[in-house]
Design a protein around this ligand. Structure first.
Ligand SMILES: [Zn+2]
Length: 90
């Protein structure tokens, strides 16, 4: 008979779900699920060209939503001393 409990990555003993054939390693805690997803993404990123392309697209969309020059303008507005120094350097 197989053991009923398996030791999870976070050190918890977890009752094996007989319907899941592959070794289950993560409990339902938010922290563990996040880690599982992160690992999945890393693996996917390393192995899938399509996924890397998708990530680039997300990044581009993010930049479009929050352009860099707008961020720099906000920074300059809040830090006038920084702006003065940059002007002196020119
Ligand atoms: Zn866990």
């Amino acid at each position: 008979m197989k053991p009923t409990f398996i030791r999870l990555h976070c050190g918890q003993d977890y009752e094996r779900n007989p319907r899941i054939k592959k070794g289950q390693q993560y409990c339902n805690a938010r922290k563990c699920q996040n880690e599982r997803i992160l690992l999945w993404k890393r693996k996917k990123y390393a192995t899938s060209e399509d996924y890397r392309e998708q990530c680039r697209q997300w990044q581009i969309d993010w930049w479009k939503k929050r352009p860099v020059d707008q961020y720099q303008k906000e920074y300059r507005d809040k830090n006038s001393a920084y702006v003065m120094r940059n002007c002196e350097l020119l």
